[in-house]
Design a protein around this ligand. Structure first.
Ligand SMILES: C[S@@+](CC[C@H](N)C(=O)[O-])C[C@H]1O[C@@H](n2cnc3c(N)ncnc32)[C@H](O)[C@@H]1O
Length: 240
């Protein structure tokens, strides 16, 4: 568990998990006494300054234990804004994987139920749920292709390889509710959309988000050479 965060003079960030011990960096070490103090700027034994910040839920989410590929923040942002998820929403998420999406959403919605078939991934997600002290997330060892037991759902989010198998179970979703399908390949999107045409669902759009950061320091202002490009396509649907 992160106890404090340090920023060095170059803006590099360090997570410190144990402030009862000295913490070593390439700019020398910080003493346990300084790490535990109320000071917000502390100095290493070699004279370098570090800014000290308290961790928030956002930092813990960043460092969760990972198994399979997680949904990235850029995509989580789009899911929340496109579906209008809020404190009254009840959500079904499948598959749980590491629980990155489920744990993030639990912080803003009323309730999340998440289905996962792989026991190893359930253990990872349960570990992350415990670390984040989440109470409104239920992880079930369940195949989402076999059906959805929950009723009156506001949003269903599917990060599984063949989401078209879930189209026949959409009676669990409220009229007007959102179905979000997260698929890395356009061939999967194509199959899903063809199958969706046979069910009580309106396909609104398929979209992706590309995230490019900029280098801004002294007289340099340019886009970073690398960027977070394609992760997956989001296909958004609404239940009739
Ligand atoms: C890419 S991971 C999901 C990552 C997750 N969305 C996150 O943000 O951490 C896909 C997961 O779906 C699970 N899965 C695949 N088919 C499934 C099914 N039919 N029902 C439930 N889970 C399934 C896999 O075991 C895997 O853990």
């Amino acid at each position: 568990m992160i106890q404090t965060i340090l920023f060095d003079e170059e803006g590099k960030q360090y997570y410190v998990n144990d402030i009862s011990r000295d913490f070593h960096t390439k700019h020398g070490f910080l003493t346990a006494k300084d790490l535990q103090s109320k000071k917000v700027i502390i100095t290493s034994n070699t004279g370098h300054e570090f800014k000290k910040l308290n961790p928030t839920r956002r930092d813990v989410l960043d460092k969760i234990k990972r198994g399979p590929q997680i949904i990235t923040n850029k995509d989580i942002g789009l899911i929340i804004t496109e579906t209008g998820l809020n404190k009254d929403s009840v959500v079904l998420d499948a598959g749980t994987g590491s629980g990155a999406l489920a744990c993030f959403l639990a912080g803003i919605v009323k309730k999340v139920v998440s289905y996962e078939t792989n026991e190893k991934n359930i253990k990872i997600a349960e570990h992350n749920k415990k670390t984040l002290e989440i109470k409104n997330l239920t992880i079930k060892n369940k195949d989402v292709y076999d059906g959805i037991t929950e009723k009156d759902l506001d949003v269903i989010i599917l990060d599984v390889p063949e989401p078209h198998h879930v189209l026949k179970h959409l009676k669990s979703l409220k009229n007007g509710g959102f179905l979000v399908v997260y698929l890395p390949s356009l061939t999967q999107v194509d199959l899903f959309i063809k199958e969706a045409a046979k069910h009580d669902v309106i396909v609104l759009k398929t979209t992706e988000t590309l995230q490019r950061e900029w280098i801004i320091k002294r007289n340099i202002m340019r886009p970073d050479f690398s960027m977070l490009g394609h992760t997956a396509f989001l296909t958004l649907c609404r239940k009739v």
